[in-house]
Design a protein around this ligand. Sequence first.
Ligand code: PGA
Length: 256
Amino acid sequence: MLLHKMRKKLLLGNWKMNKLASEAKEFALASAPFAALAKKNNIEIGVAPTYLSLATVKEFASKDMIVAAQNVHFMDHGAYTGEVSVPMLKEFGIDWVIIGHSERRAYDNETNQKCHDKMKVLFENNMVPVYCVGETLAEFEAGQTKAVVGRQVREGLADFSADDVKRLVVAYEPVWSIGTGKNASSEIAEDICGFVRETLRDMFGSVADEIRVLYGGSVKPVNVKEYLSCPNVDGALVGGASLKIESFEELLTNIL
Ligand code: PGA
């Protein structure tokens, strides 16, 4: 319980393929008051805009807001049409990257191995991966959640050191709950986030108590507190409810 309190709560908005740069700027410009409120309450907040809005949000948002990319390539540069590399993100001061979101796993063939390769480069550059794991509806119904999530954690993070993973954030997002309004119960969230932590402890030892494990999937202002009251849930990765500034602000004020 004491260790749990050491982990700073984290509220991260994943904007996916939403918002023009002009809209992202508007959000960024309005972020100062609630970023200050979050800081005062020892909560970290951030957003992950599209690549095209990263520089704008980084420039105009409160310096207390984390600005994360939604993806990255594992090579520095080269003939990889359509990709963006770590040095390109770093040039704009972007240190956080979402890795292995279920939409990328489903539509862009993002495997555990690819996630691993990307996180390797992030760790080498002292950056923070937000590694997404979670089972599909069919896997959930077949009772395979822990087998699937355990494999995603073990394969994605294979061979890293305890020192590497101290910067890691993991997000448990059941695929069946993402964008569907069918959020997992807080009991499921606690059970699987706890299981993720046990797996991390088995792999890396006591550093597992410092790694933040988030829940994601239809998190809204009305249910956010329930999740964050769970001992093993250290925050939330939020899609739809992070898009409007009022709703983002409400997510924060509801966990104070
Ligand atoms: P959602 O998305 O909150 O819209 O369900 C969550 C996510 O994909 O991170």
